[in-house]
Design a protein around this ligand. Structure first.
Ligand code: PEP
Length: 311
């Protein structure tokens, strides 16, 4: 058999899109999801090669949440600066707001900075809103912002209805800030067979405020997997990613379906990232807890190599 490297001789981080016909598999994986919108076709890469179904570059984000001190963040940044990271990956970290400047001053240019949230519009009389308006984030060196994270939806109470998340999204994009747009179902929603319905509703709320998807990455983060140590199986994650890509095809365009990165988040770590990364529709990860350890985060970034090798 030809070596994998000769089958994918010039893997450049861009997706190696397999011929749709040859990728179709009748094998379906339904681990606990029973939705009316069950899927059609889970794709499988051609024999011997793991490929990405989308055309975007692998993307790994580290969400540091509300963690760290000046000292621990200096150590984490030093570890990241010393890490050997594969070239074919967009790497982004999201420090707490108050440490963004410190990180921006110390972190290598190889890694971009994201905020964990931002205000819905211009700044002004919003006492205590450390959620900076988009112009301030960019001023501090941020290129990205995480929006719609489940901890903001379900703990802080942000929702699609207001539409608070949508307003933030359109304002951030209008200021040239790129958006990591989070979606994902709660455990009870999964158990009720509503996984796809919830994700599609959240996708629609984002879509209502997005005119160009060029600067958007979708993070599928099942709420039951976030910070619980209970990672989705590769098949569970792949199933939803395929569904979201299909949603794009039906509701936006085939081109956006292919070019928009769909990353997975929820208890990803150095041990499980490689198997997840092999899934054709997983274009990277959003990582919480494991992103606080530099070497482990580097392992997750470098799991892109799983896409290059023969299976
Ligand atoms: C997150 O907060 O986006 C996340 C995925 O967290 P964890 O990796 O800790 O589950």
């Amino acid at each position: 058999m030809a070596a994998a490297s000769s089958l994918v001789p010039q893997f450049s981080g861009l997706a190696v899109e397999c011929e749709r016909a040859s990728c179709l598999s009748s094998t379906l994986f339904f681990h606990g999801v029973s939705s009316r919108r069950r899927l059609f076709s889970a794709r499988r890469a051609p024999r011997g090669v793991v490929a990405m179904a989308g055309t975007g570059k692998f993307f790994v984000g580290g969400n540091w949440k509300c963690n760290g001190t000046k000292d621990s963040i200096s150590k984490l940044v030093a570890d990241l600066n010393n890490a050997k990271l594969e070239n074919d990956v967009d790497v982004v970290v999201a420090p707490p707001f108050i440490y963004i400047d410190q990180v921006n001053n110390l972190l290598t240019d190889r890694i971009d900075i994201s905020a964990q949230n931002c205000w819905v519009g211009k700044g002004g009389a919003f006492t205590g809103e450390i959620r900076s308006r988009a112009e301030q984030l960019m001023d501090m060196g941020c290129k990205w912002v995480i929006l719609g994270h489940s901890e903001r939806r379900h703990i802080i109470g942000e929702d699609d209805q207001v539409p608070f998340i949508g307003k933030k999204t359109s304002y951030a994009l209008s200021q040239n800030l790129k958006v990591i747009a989070c979606i994902g179902e709660k455990l009870e929603e999964r158990e009720a067979g509503k996984t796809f319905d919830v994700c599609f509703q959240q996708m629609q709320a984002f879509a209502d405020s997005i005119t160009s998807w060029e600067n958007v990455v979708i993070a599928y983060e099942p709420v039951w997997a976030i910070g619980t140590g209970k990672v989705a199986t590769p098949e569970q994650a792949q199933e939803v990613h395929v569904a979201v890509r299909d949603w794009f095809k039906k509701n936006i365009s085939a081109e956006v379906a292919s070019s928009t990165r769909i990353i997975y988040g929820g208890s990803v770590n150095g041990s499980n990232c490689s198997e997840l990364a092999k899934q054709g529709d997983i274009d990277g990860f959003l990582v919480g807890g494991a992103s606080l350890k530099g070497p482990e985060f580097a392992t997750i970034v470098n799991s892109v190599t799983s896409k290059k090798v023969a299976v």
